[in-house]
Write a protein that binds this ligand. Structure first.
Ligand code: ASP
Length: 307
């Protein structure tokens, strides 16, 4: 099996001055994840590593740099899924956690549950010895300014235009195991308690060794309505090629919801696709001897490397 890893840094419209740094950071996460994959680590370890790296980067809407909700707090969602046994773990509305994707993995590994929310997730984090971080440490000037523009508006607010900067990763390892991980601060000025697509299995992500792994990004409510990640894999089950399966799923989302989204996916054969119907989706990938990346819809740059 030829290992492959892909990461994304969110679908939407990326302001010009953020395009180069976002792409560079996404490519760096893919490269670092590739080194782990190449050294023989599991797809699950690799997707967690890539997402954690992007959560730690204030450019992205996950971990530090998450969007603020209507009262100026951070509420994060994350999910990880292991394609070998369909094991999955998620957290929603967590506030003072630097790396929600790690907490999601602990939910998967250490509990009999799939999804923990807010106070229960925090109680569990405490029991697992995960330190809480003050909210101020997770808030960036950039997200605060976006929030200030919405302040005082009635909710439910219409989502902001532009990139929300969610992060995700999918991988297949040399043993043929696939995995998916996704993490987000959700949408700017969302209502308290809003749960988006990311922690919901089949919407924000999915992984099944028999079908492949997907991580979604874009309008969370639209993604949930069509169960985007599983819908893409449904089209794979029907015999479609990865790009066509992704396109069918995304066009269905546009037609039925009017929303916008993107996704990255790998298949059990090591094929992959990165596709969006938004103006941009920053993404990068790696396999033996090749690196891939893109920003605008339809972009696919390939770089040959000696290794
Ligand atoms: N899907 C995320 C959410 O709605 C946002 C994003 O992907 O940028 O929470």
């Amino acid at each position: 099996m030829m290992p492959v890893v892909l990461v994304h840094g969110g679908a939407g419209t990326v302001p010009e001055y953020r395009q180069a740094p976002n792409l560079a950071a996404t490519r760096a996460a893919a490269e670092s994840a590739w080194l782990l994959l190449q050294s023989g680590r599991s797809a699950l370890d690799v997707v967690e590593h890539a997402v954690k790296m992007m959560e730690d980067n204030p450019l992205f809407n996950a971990g530090v740099g998450s969007h603020l909700n209507e009262v100026g707090e951070i509420e994060q969602d994350a999910m990880i899924m292991d394609g070998s046994m369909l094991n999955s773990g998620g957290v929603t509305c967590v506030k003072n956690i630097a790396n929600p994707i790690h907490l999601a993995r602990l939910v998967m590994n250490k509990t009999g549950h799939v999804l923990l929310s807010e106070s229960g997730a925090h109680k569990f984090a405490h029991a697992m010895g995960i330190p809480t971080v003050p909210t101020a440490q997770l808030i960036t000037e950039y997200r605060k300014n976006l929030w200030e523009k919405r302040r005082g508006q009635a909710n439910p607010a219409v989502p902001d235009e532009g990139s929300k900067g969610t992060v995700g990763a999918v991988a297949i390892d040399r043993n043929g195991n696939v995995a998916s991980a996704t993490s987000t601060g959700g949408q700017n000025y969302k209502m308290i308690g809003r749960v988006g697509d990311v922690p919901c299995i089949g919407s924000g992500g999915y992984a099944d060794n028999e079908l492949g792994a997907v991580s979604s990004t874009g309008d969370g409510e639209a993604i949930m309505k069509v169960v985007l990640a599983r819908l893409m894999l449904f089209h794979m089950e029907q015999g479609k090629e990865p790009f066509e399966a992704a396109d069918l799923a995304l066009q269905h989302l546009v037609r039925r919801t009017g929303g916008t989204a993107g996704l990255i996916a790998v298949t059990p054969k090591g094929e992959w696709t990165a596709h969006c119907v938004s103006e941009h989706m920053v993404w990068a990938g790696a396999t033996q001897g090749q690196r891939y990346y893109g920003l605008k819809r339809g972009d696919k740059y390939v770089q040959e490397v000696d290794e």
